[in-house]
Design a protein around this ligand. Structure first.
Ligand SMILES: Nc1ncnc2c1ncn2[C@@H]1O[C@H](COP(=O)(O)OP(=O)(O)OP(=O)(O)O)[C@@H](O)[C@H]1O
Length: 885
């Protein structure tokens, strides 16, 4: 094989570029006749460094299919094997995915297939764990103290880690870099603009790195992020800087100084080797953004050119989808390798962005210690992830969110309650930052515009501004391929490390200043990286239980120590202590609510018919107590249901964030809502499964106990209903009687009136006649007429008093019963009337003057002249009450 050399047109000061994705094998190197290859081979042998890592080169242009198929004879895949390269022996027990074309069937398909293409493999067959990691794939250096500290820090960093790497130079340097204070400042003598703050003040960053060795660079800026990715967080590391400032040297390195990518790969395997409890599925992809087109660098050149990668989705916090994008499974760092051509490297290397990414999926190993222990387990996916292996699996993108329906291969599945963690490690070599020039500058300086870089600057600027000023300005992610692809990461859900490489030369002051300003801005971007985990409900509950146990133990320990400790503690510390204990209690209560532990399962063993209950129910209680319990439980159930409904309603009614809201807020909202929904589901399920049954049991007991009493009560009620009906009938009759009485009253009034008109009554002064309503009854004839009327009414059927009595014997008050009130000194009228008719007429109080009434020509049995009647006013007139009523 001939290793393509750097094109003759390249700058003499620049060594050939390298890529980490196209590792160089010993065999390929030995076939090269150049002396440099020999010395490299010798160096590799000496250091024991696996050749693939030491020989990575930056890849900027797709290699031709011929050059790929010619060179490789090794048997195992390394990173992503070049399609068509027979790099791995067939695993006899691995079934071929249905529909996968065989190479021997159609040689033309060879370049388009790869055995390690994730869509062609069963993930369970290509898992990596501590037993399968080969010693050569692991970096020897393990810094235990650092590892412990790093483990504590994962997920806590909420800011982008920004480091400056100063490229060594023989020329005079314009910058004063101080690694001990992590600051850098322009030498005032080189400031072209002494009024500019950027050129006069000092910049501070997380670290200032100098020198050539790449190991300290990896340890300082990348190792924690690689570990975070292994722990389940998305991580992005990218290099930003002007052309030739050392981005590729930092990320890829060279033979002597492997960069971040090869070191990260070794670290990944070292991590797996140190983690006997988990098993991993590692998938890699590699793409390039050039001139706002995305090229899949692992796809065969012909198909890559014909099918540029498209970005879909990504709006409103949704997933970014890259399609078509090939992913290759990585099981080892050794094996068949290939060398890439660098035909037009000089033309495009500094103008393209290359993105190497690794999807890391992991889950706990089976309890027996080997990953195949539970192979007979049915794989159980979380509901949202349930999918037939080999079909339509999604492929996360560089930001950890991308999903490619129908294109990615099968994913690791939840198995036997073991949840799956997914994260993406993205390592990005950006184009030269001086390409981020505006149109105006471009036309002025004739520079090539790089939309992605330009947009990256404005996205970072807006994000930083939003974070600093608590704004929600629109972030223009969609203005470029790079920012759109990185949207999930840049909007916060990733740990980000940026290495800004600078050229300290005097003639690069303005570019370096602009790089430092970019670095300063990105430092302010807020992050909130979160682990992505697919969990089964049972696992979640089990996890809550464990946490409760743990918390209870801690609480008990604290309580036991409390008397002794409190003597030693200050007042303030005691307050803190009691707050801590309260917090522990609160958390225990929260978790208990979530899982509704089944405490009475064991108690109910003797009575199989009685369901177990999460609520303690004492069946020796009296029926009344049981009923109370039942009511309380029902109320509780109702209030919980109401709570659930109101939470659901609140969830539904939650106003969608404005489209201008920052993407990180949208992501956060979605995550919170997802969490709430999961918790509600658990609560609802808990109530349905645990509380419903015992309530039914309690109800049965109570119903049995109260059945007889209930029957008696029902009979009583029926009797009362019957009596009420009777009463209604009586009332109807009374109403009729009342009508009759009214008629009688009218007849009486008519009679009296006639009586008076015949001149049989008193002669009253004309002026007062109209005030009489009606005219006074006159004794004698009127009473006889009245008696006749009474007799007539009696013939109609008077209401007997017995008929008006209720079931208890008491007579209901009759609206027709009239009071006879007669006060005064002239009882003549009544005396003349039959006694039985008194009860039917009521008179208001009558006050008659002492003067003797003038009877006039009224024939009466009374002796002596009566004084004439005087009208004393309406209220003193005799008016039958029935009339007034
Ligand atoms: N820290 C360093 N120590 C030694 N040599 C370095 C260092 N940084 C960069 N170089 C060398 O400088 C040259 C340019 O570096 P490199 O190719 O990494 O630049 P770059 O920023 O990736 O450029 P481009 O944007 O064009 O891709 C290379 O020859 C590289 O080996």
């Amino acid at each position: 094989m001939t290793v393509p050399s750097t094109p003759s047109g390249s700058k003499p000061t620049r060594p050939a570029p390298f890529t980490p994705k196209r590792p160089l094998s010993v065999s390929s190197l030995s076939s090269t006749s150049s002396s440099s290859s020999d010395s490299l081979t010798a160096r590799l042998a000496r250091t024991g460094t696996p050749n693939l890592l030491a020989s990575t080169k930056k890849y900027k242009a797709p290699i031709s299919a011929e050059s790929r198929t010619r060179n490789f004879t090794k048997t195992k895949s390394v990173l992503a094997p070049v399609p068509g390269t027979p790099v791995r022996p067939k695993t006899p027990n691995r079934p071929r995915t249905p529909g996968t074309p065989r190479k021997e069937d159609n040689p033309l398909l060879m370049p388009a297939t790869s055995e390690m293409d994730v869509s062609n493999v069963d993930p369970e067959e290509v898992l990596v764990d501590f037993e399968t990691v080969e010693p050569g794939d692991v970096s020897g250096e393990v810094d235990e103290a650092w590892l412990r500290a790093a483990a504590l820090d994962h997920g806590k960093e909420d800011k982008v880690m920004v480091s400056i790497r100063v490229r060594p130079t023989d020329a005079h340097t314009a910058w004063e870099a101080n690694p001990s204070t992590n600051s850098i400042k322009l030498d005032p003598t080189h400031s072209k603009n002494p009024t500019s703050a950027a050129q006069t003040s000092s910049f501070n960053f997380d670290s200032i790195l100098t020198g050539t060795p790449n190991k300290p660079i990896y340890t300082t800026v990348a190792r924690s992020h690689v570990h975070a990715a292994m722990e389940g967080y998305n991580a992005v590391i990218f290099a930003y800087g002007q052309t030739a400032s050392g981005k590729t040297f930092t990320l890829s390195g060279d033979d002597d100084e492997p960069g971040i990518i090869p070191r990260a790969m070794k670290d990944v395997f070292a991590f797996i080797r140190r983690t006997p409890t988990r098993e991993y599925l590692l998938r890699c992809s590699y793409l390039e953004i050039y001139n706002e087109s995305i090229h899949d660098l692992l796809a065969p050149p012909s198909s890559a050119a014909a099918n540029p990668v498209q970005i879909q989705g990504g709006g409103s916090g949704g997933d970014v989808v890259l399609t078509p994008l090939r992913e290759e499974v990585v099981t080892s760092l050794k094996g068949g390798n290939r060398r890439t051509a660098c035909t037009d490297w000089n033309k495009r290397s500094s103008r393209s962005h290359s993105v190497f990414r690794m999807v890391i999926e992991s889950r706990e190993r089976g309890s027996g210690g080997t990953r195949n222990d539970e192979d007979d387990d049915e794989p159980v996916s979380a509901p949202s992830e349930r999918q037939t292996p080999g079909f339509g699996r999604h492929t996360p993108g560089p930001g950890g969110r991308s999903q490619t329906p129908g294109l990615g291969g099968p994913r690791l599945q939840v198995r036997g309650g073991r949840s799956v963690q997914t994260s993406v490690l993205s390592l990005i070599d950006l184009a030269g930052s001086e390409k981020a020039t505006s149109d105006k500058e471009r036309t002025r300086e004739g520079k090539y515009i790089n939309t992605s870089l330009l947009t990256l600057g404005s996205v970072i600027g807006t994000l930083a501004d939003n974070a600093a000023k608590h704004k929600t300005d629109h972030v223009p992610y969609r203005n470029s391929k790079l920012t759109r692809m990185l949207q999930p990461s840049l909007s916060g859900n990733a740990q980000i490390s940026v290495i800004c490489t600078i050229n300290p030369d005097v003639n690069a002051v303005s570019e370096t200043t602009s790089t430092l300003l970019f670095a300063k801005r990105i430092k302010n971007v807020q992050l909130h990286a979160q682990k992505k985990e697919i969990v089964e409900t049972d696992t979640l509950i089990e996890r809550y239980r464990k946490e409760i146990e743990d918390l209870k133990t801690r609480l008990a320990e604290r309580e036991a120590e409390a008397p002794v400790r409190s003597r030693r503690l200050s007042a303030r510390e005691q307050v803190d202590e009691s707050k801590a204990m309260k917090d522990l209690n609160t958390r225990i209560q929260q978790l208990t609510k979530l899982i509704l532990t089944s405490q009475t399962v064991d108690e109910c063993k003797g009575d199989e018919s009685r369901p177990s209950s999460p609520v303690k129910v004492d069946f020796d209680m009296s029926p009344y107590q049981l009923q109370q319990e039942l009511l309380t439980a029902r109320l509780q159930l109702d209030s919980q249901s109401t709570q659930i409904l109101s939470l659901e309603a609140a969830l539904d009614a939650r106003p969608p964030l404005p489209t201008t809201a920052p993407e990180n807020e949208k992501d956060k909202l979605i995550q919170e809502q997802g969490k709430t929904i999961r918790e509600l589901e658990i609560v609802v399920r808990g109530y349905e499964e645990n509380l419903g049954e015992p309530l039914r049991a309690v109800r049965e007991d109570v119903e049995k106990e109260w059945k007889e009493k209930l029957e008696v009560e029902v009979k009583k009620r029926e009797e009362k209903e019957r009596w009420a009906e009777e009463l209604v009938k009586q009332l109807e009759k009374e109403k009729k009687m009342r009508v009759t009485l009214e008629e009688e009253r009218r007849a009486l009034a008519a009679f009296v009136s006639k009586f008076d008109s015949l001149g049989l009554g008193l002669t009253l002064p004309n002026a007062t006649v109209s005030k009489l309503k009606p005219p006074m009854p006159t004794p004698g004839r009127a009473s006889i007429a009245y008696a006749e009327r009474r007799a007539m009414r009696a013939s109609l059927g008077p209401v007997s008093s017995e008929k008006l009595t209720g079931p208890e014997g008491e007579a209901p008050a009759s609206p027709t019963r009239l009071d006879l009130k007669f006060k005064g000194s002239n009882p003549i009228l009544l005396e003349q009337m039959p006694e039985e008719s008194w009860s039917d007429i009521s008179f208001e109080t009558i006050e008659v003057p002492e003067k003797p009434a003038v009877v006039g020509h009224v024939k009466s049995g009374l002796s002596g002249p009566k004084p004439p009647r005087e009208v004393l006013g309406d209220k003193e007139n005799v008016v039958p009450v029935a009339v007034r009523a």
